[in-house]
Design a protein around this ligand. Structure first.
Ligand code: NAP
Length: 556
């Protein structure tokens, strides 16, 4: 316990923030701006979150750099110069380090420290937070910036411990990299991560085996360097882009599609529109028409267009058939953005193994055995994803009023009012929590919006002498129902994936993202704040049991 040696008291903060990724860094900056004391605990030894952990070959963001960046500081936006359309992991890591230095954030971050437990003490109206270094500190407010994709999912195959080679999850790739020259490498998975890693690993490995269970749609990235003229234009237009992001349903700086529906125009026109969108590449392809995600016929047309394009890239018809055996509509799983992925299967040193029909049975000392064959490997790469949305939150032991564990509250499914506060867990805010658009958007833009809302809410509490905020259970239930109702209208949720929790055994199934659009969500949150935070329950300071007042909170 981190007792203050001279007084025997707990070390006190106004705010404790979990995680020093994009969310934690900005949250720290904002709460400091309110004059509050804050401490960030970060598991890694550096900042960047996702972009600290995911160092696998080929790791890059599949949202355009000019969209995937903070907008809170004009100076930051104008001084930072992105070099590529889709930034690589090293470039993103440099960016977050620059942000940490530029805003002097490091002094309040404790690295290599995991939050293990957080308990709400209702009498004192404070959180008691225990960390992996054996300390317990207290904080008036707890903010989770633990991320939606930070708890790794490694399937528990039989015989894992017997493997004599090396095995690694993509999100635990070492800083120095792995030299796979001359190695027989097996990649398990064909999600966004694998699709980025496979072409890079294939270039170096002696032989690469890809174990594919579910083939997926992937759109060419058409990545390119950002030249001086483009950079100039980006700097010139950043304000306009910000406005576009605010009105875009997924927070991207793009204009709405040329036509709303594929069914609105004749075949020649829609083929031309799809060709233009394909030539542009990137994640925007999912929005070639407004109704790709909601209209089955529009989706079918767009899906078929992509299948035909993929077919053209793969030389071996049997391999093409396996890659094209896609069992879901385009966009029902997170759309993948690729660079040379399909062409990689034309290499002699790459073998696609279908583990849908012949599943992996066990890891052996020499490699891996499916129900049909055995493969000798030197390195097994688990590109098997994450326990998304709730994984990182539930990996900690978070206990609210009456000691209720968050795991128990969410046993049947996760939800929080506006995705920000879970009832029964006062003074605990979640950035990109379940019930918010979270990663179903340009997540860094969503993060900024969540953090701004939380910081404004804290300022409101300070100004009104309020010490405690909780979500009204009824407001929370209504919001969660709304989240489910909107999801029911979308193709998302009708196909199993990490989006629905299907990749994690025993996890409650269902979409926990707010799919009504980030622009709509933003309006709802802004209106909520403007109308006095309806659906939240506040308590004034004098309801809190007497204790030595926390100076900073009361001095303001
Ligand atoms: P993922 O989409 O969940 O993919 C995991 C892969 O592992 C799937 O192909 C899955 O097959 C396979 N898998 C899992 N368990 C398996 C088993 N027991 N046997 C065989 N195959 C198994 O994970 P991800 O690729 O890491 O991507 C997760 C999310 O991270 C993405 O959707 C995206 O949101 C984000 N991401 C973003 C970027 C970017 O911005 N550039 C890059 C990477 C990731 P099934 O599909 O059959 O389950």
């Amino acid at each position: 316990m981190a007792w203050r040696p001279e007084s025997g008291e707990l070390v006190d903060f106004d705010v404790v923030i979990i995680g020093a990724g994009a969310a934690g860094l900005y949250a720290l900056h904002r709460v400091r701006g309110l004059g509050l004391s804050a401490k960030v605990y970060e598991k890694g030894d550096g900042v960047g979150g996702t972009w600290y952990w995911n160092r696998y070959p080929g790791a890059r963001c599949d949202v355009e750099s000019w969209d995937y960046c903070y907008t809170f500081s004009e100076e930051l936006e104008l001084e930072w110069e992105w070099t590529e359309r889709f930034p690589t992991q090293p470039e993103l890591e440099r960016y977050f380090n620059h942000v940490a230095d530029r805003f002097d954030l490091r002094r309040d971050i404790e690295f290599e420290t995991r939050v293990d437990q957080a308990r709400f003490d209702d009498d004192q109206c404070r959180w008691l937070i225990s960390t992996s270094n054996g300390e317990t500190v207290s904080a008036r407010f707890l903010i989770s910036a633990a991320g939606c994709l930070s708890e790794v999912n490694t399937p528990r195959f039989e015989g894992v411990e017997t493997f004599e080679g090396r095995q690694i999850h993509t999100a635990r790739w070492p800083k120095g990299g792995i030299d796979v020259t001359g190695m027989r490498v097996g990649v398990i998975g064909t999600g966004s991560t694998a699709v980025q890693a496979i072409p890079q690993l294939a270039k170096q490995a002696d032989h690469l085996f890809v174990f594919q269970r579910t083939p997926q749609f992937a759109i060419p990235a058409r990545n390119r360097p950002i030249d001086a003229d483009h950079l100039e234009e980006l700097k010139h237009n950043y304000r306009e882009r910000w406005e576009l992001k605010r009105s875009n349903p997924v927070g991207m700086g793009r204009r709405p599609p040329e036509v709303s529906s594929a069914l609105e125009v004749d075949e020649t026109t829609r083929t031309r529109i799809m060709e233009d969108s394909w030539a542009l590449g990137g994640p925007g392809f999912a929005r070639t028409f407004d109704d790709v995600m909601t209209n089955a016929e529009s989706n079918q047309i767009t899906s078929q267009f992509v299948l035909d394009k993929i077919k053209e890239k793969v030389a071996d018809p049997a391999v093409a058939e396996s890659l094209l055996a896609i069992d879901h509509p385009l966009g029902a799983r997170r759309l993948i953005v690729e660079i040379d992925y399909f062409e990689t299967y034309n290499r002699e040193n790459v073998t696609l193994v279908d583990v849908a029909t012949a599943p992996i049975e066990e890891i052996t000392p020499q490699g891996l055995r499916t129900t049909e064959d055995s493969y000798e490997l030197d390195l097994i790469v688990y590109a098997t994803g994450f326990d998304g949305m709730t994984g990182a939150l539930l990996a900690m032991d978070i206990r609210g009023v009456g000691g209720l564990p968050l795991r128990a509250k969410w046993a049947e499914g996760a939800g929080a009012y506006l995705g920000l506060v879970a009832s029964g867990f006062p003074n605990f805010f979640m950035i990109t929590g379940p019930g918010s658009p979270a990663v179903f958007s340009n997540v860094i833009f969503s993060i900024e919006q969540h953090v701004d809302w939380i910081a404004d809410c804290l300022a409101h509490m300070l100004d009104h002498g309020l010490h405690r905020i909780d979500a009204d259970p009824e407001a929370e239930a209504q919001w969660t129902q709304q989240v489910h109702d909107i999801a029911a209208q979308s193709i998302v949720g009708k196909t199993d994936s990490w989006w629905t929790g299907a990749n994690i055994e025993g996890k409650p199934q269902g979409v926990t993202f707010y799919l009504g659009g980030t622009h709509t969500y933003r309006e709802i949150c802004e209106e909520n704040a403007a109308n006095g935070y309806k659906g939240f329950v506040f308590r004034e300071a004098h309801h809190t049991a007497a204790r030595k007042p926390h100076l900073r909170w009361n001095q303001r």
